[in-house]
Design a protein around this ligand. Sequence first.
Ligand code: NDP
Length: 336
Amino acid sequence: TRRIVLAARPHGEPTDDDFRFEEVELPDLSDGQVLLQTLDLSLDPYMRGRMSAAKSYAAPVEIGDPMVGATVSRVLESRDPSFSEGDVVLGYGGWQTHSVESAKHLRRLDTSVAPASTALGVLGMPGFTAYSGLLTIGNPQPGETVVVAAAVGPVGSAVGQIAKLKGARAVGIAGGPEKVAHLRDEFGFDAAIDHRADDFTDQLAAATPDGIDVYFENVGGAVFDAVLPRMNTYGRIPVCGLVANYNRTSLPEGPDRSGALMGQILTRSLTVRGFIQTEFVATQQESFLREATQWVADGKLKYVEDVTDGFENTLDAFRAMLAGRSFGKTVVHVAD
Ligand code: NDP
């Protein structure tokens, strides 16, 4: 297999020198294992965390090990009765062109409704994150205002559209006019604004005349600063991700604002609740797959994918995703 291993822990934005391409022999299959060829590799913000040694909810990738990641793969050889050659599956092959995996970690993909790559995005972990975090913690009610940033990405686009399906008003935030237009015209957000615009705070105020009931937190940073003063009493903030911080090497300069933040939480009776999607898998994965597949089939849940051709371009695509140069779910197309 060809694979990309972590060569050093990145400081700030990952550089080419932090990684190494390798060619290695895969081990022979044991019973219960399958040999997979990677077709599509998912690139996700959480991978930046795995490159760092800092303590988090999951162990870091060790130096010299291949980067982790979900993959859509084809079964080349199987030593498990539940899979046969040619099956297309969702696996966790990582940044490699081929992998050996245990059959019990794989799910066969049904491509009758949507292409297999959607198992990495709208019908996969990111879509599930939006569904479980929004409905369980955000609990949007008809007529309420839901705000989400990174709104063209797989999590944010699903948050906005599911909020609409529940009768709420969806306001999307993204970087640049093309993305803003896409939010409004393709995803059906009620309002869309550009976090890079000089008058972003004023635009947010104009887009949320009744305040904000649910802020689905994907980014942190300046967007959070603009949102917080607009939160309504009993507002809910599912804290899903803080992508504005992922390449940061230290906290931003400035006065300690934690007192003011706690003051807002107190006086407006806000609920701020972090989550990792895995906590909801056992109870909600089935209903998610059933409902979201139907929504996609009915055209009520749309998605956009940013597909980069060629395994050798994986790192560039990863950097682009974190920096906002991607347009939708980031996928590397590794083989046909
Ligand atoms: P995206 O594909 O949307 O990529 C991240 C996007 O964030 C960028 O493309 C960029 O888009 C935006 N962004 C980056 N920096 C900033 C900034 N400083 N201010 C505002 N926006 C910024 O990512 P996903 O949809 O895959 O993930 C979204 C979030 O959900 C991430 O924080 C991720 O870590 C989190 N997540 C959490 C999970 C959990 O279990 N808790 C599971 C899965 C994802 P733009 O051009 O719009 O600026």
